[in-house]
Design a protein around this ligand. Sequence first.
Ligand code: FES
Ligand code: FE
Length: 382
Amino acid sequence: MTTTESSQSLMPTLAGHYYTDPAIFALEQSRIFETQWFCAVRSADIAEPGTYRTVQIGRESVLVSRGRRGEINAFLNVCRHRGARLCTEQQGQVKRSFQCPYHAWTYGLDGKLIAAPNLTDMPDVDRGELGLHHLAVREWLGYAWVCLADDPPSFEDTVVADVAERLGGAEEIGAYDVASLSLGTRITYDVKANWKQIIENFMECYHCATIHPELTEVLPEFADGFAAQYYVGHGAEFGDDVQGFTVDGSEGAERLPGVGEHQNRRYYAMTVKPQVFINLVPDHVVFHRMFPLAPDRTLIECDWLYHPDVVASGTDLSRSVELFDRVNRQDFDACERCQLAMDSRSYAAGGVLVPSEHHIGAFHEWVRTRIGEETRSHDRAS
Ligand code: FES
Ligand code: FE
């Protein structure tokens, strides 16, 4: 058909419209984000009973909150009376119930309908039937993962297996004890690009030598263009004169207690489908959650996590944070630059993947299968 077939070293990408078409995005929302486990909220952000956060998952606003017994609950953020959005703030705290601002229906922290004006006049009302719509929740790595599906896939076989496969074993991430870490810094990026651009960029390092001068200084092997994710279980080694994973290679914080010798002075990176990236370095963890909001807009909440003693001591973390903050900005600029061209005639049939990017092809196949799209991208565009 095109150069992609006559040359074994190049593979086709998705066609440009996959990154702009509202119909494709709608399928991704309903068949990916609303069916998979979605990493929604950092558990420590809702530490006290009654604290909550609202997040966008697929087409739904979701309310994630801490219950009276310390459990985490997730609900569709919709009043069961006439459908008003229950909580409009991104985060907050209620005393012991959520009250709808429209007609004052009141729900307990467990989602049960507990009061409604004049409800006693309606003896036939079954309050149990009118509670908030519950969603499946799992806590892992210090985050609440939510699944909107009625019949969620096994968390172990999807999320945990994804991480274990990438790292060459589940115990590898256990060494970092991610759930025990404290938040050092959080930066939220509002990126004008399709979520798939961001995943694809994160999966490859062909761009590292061009746009990441600080990162390739710390991880010299990245200058060759092979991402840590390219090989199963591979950690990229720090350069000889690098002391820590910081913007200038200066010393970082103390090594996390469980991190083994084979993990010391190494950087591991992984994508957890569909919307999480995790970076592991000896003294901290960088944890990204993406929230796809529109075909050309994605919000990314990025947490820098350290040993609780490091955060409590007030250690200056700025050089540590600045390294990956720069990397993020460099990456997201590149994603925005590509997004601008997705509707161009020149990209109607897509582009090509070079050998060090071929594993992105498996991600494209995964997306296509999930959304029930069997047609090859260049067939469809031709
Ligand atoms: Fe919520 Fe009426 S819509 S109480
Ligand atoms: Fe990058």
